[in-house]
Design a protein around this ligand. Sequence first.
Ligand code: PFF
Length: 484
Amino acid sequence: MAAAGSGHENWSSRSAFILAAVGSAVGLGNMWRFPAEAGENGGGAFVLFYIFCVLLIGLPVLLSEVLIGRHGQASAPDSVRKVARDSNASGGWSIIGSLGVFAAFLILSFYCVVGGWVLYYVGVFVSDLFQTGLTGGAFDGRAAEDIEGLLPGLFGNGGLMVGLNLGFLAVTMFFVARGVSSGIEWVAVYLMPIFFLLFLGITIYGAFTGNFSEAVSYLFTFDFSKLTGEVMLAAVGQAFFSLSLGVAGMITYGSYANRDTNLGQTSGIIAGADTGVALLAGLAIFPIVFAAGLSASAGPGLMFQSLPIAFQAMPFGSLIGLAFFVMVFFAALTSSVSLLEAPVAFLKDKVRISRAMATILVGAGAALLGVLASLSFNDMAEFYPLSFIPLFAEANFFDALDGVTAKLFMPIGAILTCIFVGWIADARLIDDENGLDGALHQTWRALVRYVCPIALFLILLAGIFPETAAIVMEGIAARFSRFG
Ligand code: PFF
């Protein structure tokens, strides 16, 4: 149903909104990126700082974004503009939405590359099921190095990488072209519950069979000396990536929400579900990593290389492996749909073209960048597009897309959002939308006005100038140890 007179689409119910937003948040960020980032950034210090970022920064920013969207009832830049106009402020603030739409487009283009890897593993397990049969472990009789080698094998095949990437993008485009309630909502309402069931089963299985205690101590032992500026920026970037923040996705989804949805409560549910899934994914993957003697800092390959080895030892391994990658595919699809929706909603409103046409145009752009990102793993592995920026000196095209969006676009978008909602927008309009009262409202307001922008600014500086940050952190550590 469209909002009166505006022609803007709406979710069919509050639960559809929650499922779609949780679907956007829960995705490759939780299952693939979180364990990889935790492993590359030393485990416990990263994880605890990540949880701190979700609670004190992510959650307040999430509420700010859905609130802007719900008030604006339009694409992200137009929603920000409407809040600004209704607050007698400059329409120039719509830059928050425009930057976000651009960043969502950049993320979409590398997200679909990883979505392609997921499709590949679905295929691997389907064929293994035929070879190994239903009851035995996966990859009958094959050596662990062989199984680990599947991913580098795929990376070496540029044509296959590009084909899978475009295949995943095409599925995403199909659902976005169908529209909010019959496409995006359909994916979330049917696929997210299946995802949760499968996920729970696999996590419980992993907990009983892997090296669970080592994983728990790796993920939750806090070592202050490991908390460098780079680790902090990586953690805040991961928190934003996982909650789909700073890139217009949640503004766009908020714009389809009805007036009777309590946004404060809904934001809490989204953040809780997302963080729960990330931590459980860590607890499912690291026990297996340690039990199999693999390296925790294996990076992007972690989920794709460690879990298949575990599936080899499990009864019904091929079937469980297949279920796992189908589940990751569902989670990834509900997220990629939201990444595509933000630019599509913008283009459709701006140039007044049909949803289908907007989907094709944005999809074509993402395909182009996606090809370059796919080739970063083979033919273009030595191409470092941002080598002049120290933070991204060794980043290939794929890593550059990932790094620039999570470490620059997302935090900067969030800082601007906090300043806008905390200081520029009319306080009555904000109070009216946020669904919080009393102490909770005061806390949220203080976080958005002071804590989030200042903390984000400092973390951004620390990430960009890690040496200076290290000296400051050492000073703080020395002060603490004197008291200790
Ligand atoms: N939150 C998604 C994930 O964790 O996989 C990724 C994402 C989706 C980021 C949508 C940003 C966004 F707007």
